[in-house]
Design a protein around this ligand. Structure first.
Ligand code: NAD
Ligand code: MG
Length: 388
């Protein structure tokens, strides 16, 4: 790359997106300098990353982890703790990759935007929960969100050249593609017998456990509708879902004249990650290249919204706005965790979220304090439903 060396902070460095981001950075040592990382567990991996990249600042979740990590890295490495530590690290680099999972990623999203940084965003939960607040901090000079989520990265690319007028008047709709997850075509009766190992097998992507379960319930696609609406400032009714089992068309934009623009590649998250940290330049890595010397087919079908109730819940949360998406995402985090801990069966994940949403009362969500209060209430209600 011809641009000057960019500094990078990678928060959530030990996870699936985190380790794939390291692959991108390893390929471009002259272009990027990793200066800060964080991780929720796996301290020895975190220490190894700090050593390999010569990172000077590391974030951990608690004091105990700080002490344990301090023994593994030298005294020249500064260790910061908790959400205030994450917020600090999110302000220190040109490009901030938010690869934390769940609502815990909020300080990264807010911190990076407040500091006028480029936020390369994988952590959809923070944007969904805090959409009205993120819309405000996004106006900070220099602040920019580039989406790592493959569908949104595709839409971002497909919107290039569209009208810059508010509300995207030349766009009819965004078409979010969905693999359909491991249970595409299954009946409700069959889904009642799903096991943990069934749900953890994704047909096309290898990802962290939370998003893998979200993909099996299609809650991930519901969350992605909310994510697209917030990212591109477009009503959720103009975001449609198309099931596409091959995961080659990563999403599409349909313009008012009927033209549909799509972005294609083999499924490989390093492609959207490299796009987000390299933009406006494209890195010549070749990950995800399609082989057109072999024949292959692309299929599309509508989602089964009756069997996968998470989709209607997400559209309803979008319609209500305010804190409703925060409730949906918080309740879902608790339900997924309960499933992964064998407290509830797979078939109860979405009903738990639906029961929590039944208790939601409209709240415009005008401050971070109100967001934390709403998040806590939704979690408490969901906890009550998953504990015997
Ligand atoms: P993961 O579980 O593999 O990794 C999560 C990272 O966050 C780890 O480094 C973990 O240590 C850290 N972490 C967990 N809890 C934390 C806490 N309380 N405080 C601070 N750090 C914490 O998850 P992932 O699959 O890499 O997903 C990360 C985010 O990217 C999610 O929001 C997910 O929806 C999104 N995403 C992932 C993929 C993918 O292919 N994995 C694709 C699109 C979007
Ligand atoms: Mg996605």
């Amino acid at each position: 790359m011809s641009t000057p060396r960019r500094t990078v902070a990678l928060l959530g460095a030990t996870g699936s997106i985190g380790t794939q981001t390291l692959d991108v950075l390893r390929r471009e040592p002259g272009a990027f300098e990793l200066i800060a990382i964080s991780g929720g567990q796996r301290l020895s991996e975190l220490a190894a990353i700090a050593k390999e990249f010569g990172v000077s600042r590391v974030g951990v979740v608690c004091e105990e982890d700080r002490r344990a990590l301090a023994d593994m890295v030298g005294a020249h490495v500064e260790i910061v703790v908790g959400s205030s530590g994450l917020s600090e690290l999110a302000r220190c680099a040109d490009v901030v990759v938010n690869a934390v999972v769940g609502f815990a990623g909020l300080p990264v999203t807010i911190g990076a935007l407040e500091a006028g940084r480029r936020l390369a965003l994988a952590n959809k939960e923070s944007l969904i929960a805090a959409a009205p607040l993120v819309a405000k901090v996004r106006a900070t000079p220099g602040a920019q969100i580039l989406p790592i989520d493959s569908e949104h990265c595709a839409i971002h690319q497909c919107l290039a050249g569209s009208s810059s007028a508010p509300g995207h008047p030349d766009v009819r709709r965004l078409l979010l593609t969905a693999s359909g997850g491991p249970f595409r075509g299954w009946s409700k009766e069959r889904l009642a017998r799903v096991t943990k190992s069934d749900a953890l097998q994704h047909p096309t992507w290898s990802m962290g456990p939370k998003i893998t379960i979200d993909s099996s319930t299609l809650m991930n696609k519901g969350l992605e509708v909310l994510e697209a609406s917030a990212l591109f400032d477009i009503e959720a009714q103009r975001v449609d879902i198309v099931v596409h089992p091959q995961s080659i068309v990563h999403s599409m934009v349909e313009y008012v004249d009927g033209a549909v623009i799509a972005q294609l590649s083999e499924p490989d998250m390093r492609l959207p990650i490299a796009y987000c940290i390299g933009s406006p330049e494209r890195l010549a890595h070749g990950w995800g290249r399609l082989d057109f010397t072999k024949s292959f087919g692309l299929e599309f079908e509508p989602p089964d919204r009756e069997v996968f109730g998470a989709l209607d819940l997400a559209y309803e949360a979008a319609r209500r706005g305010g804190a409703a998406p925060a409730w949906l995402s918080a309740a879902n985090e608790i339900a997924v965790e309960a499933f992964l801990n064998d407290q509830i069966p797979w078939s109860k994940i979405v009903p738990v979220v639906a029961q929590v949403m039944d208790q939601y009362e409209d709240d415009p969500l005008d401050s971070l304090e109100s967001l934390f209060a709403n998040d806590a209430t939704a979690r408490r209600l969901a906890h009550g439903m998953v504990t015997p």
